[in-house]
Design a protein around this ligand. Sequence first.
Ligand SMILES: [Cu+2]
Length: 126
Amino acid sequence: MALSLVRSFWRVAAVGALAVVACGGGDDATVSKAPEGAAGDAGTGPAVAIEQFEFRPGEVKVAAGTTVTWTNEDTVAHTVQDEGELFPESDDLAKGQTFSFTYETPGSYPYICGIHPYMKGTVTVS
Ligand SMILES: [Cu+2]
């Protein structure tokens, strides 16, 4: 009984992951569920935590071609949305979910949480 519930959960999780992949085609913005304990392991670029309704750190400086990864640490859903037209609003991020974007062009790119627009951050690319 318990085992079959676990199996059902993973089946649903796998379908969800496939849906995310299908929606992300052709775009370099991705949303994925971080494995437990993997927060901070952002791979190629800096990690930004979303916690207590703030982006931490609020300002990040990167070289062109760097991928920035946001991880929601709040139990409330947040999104990441470029204030210009660089990328559209991410999907709602539940606790532990991540959003990544690769900044290719030098400039200053302010972003907000689309759900709580007073939450602001900036990525500066050189
Ligand atoms: Cu928010």
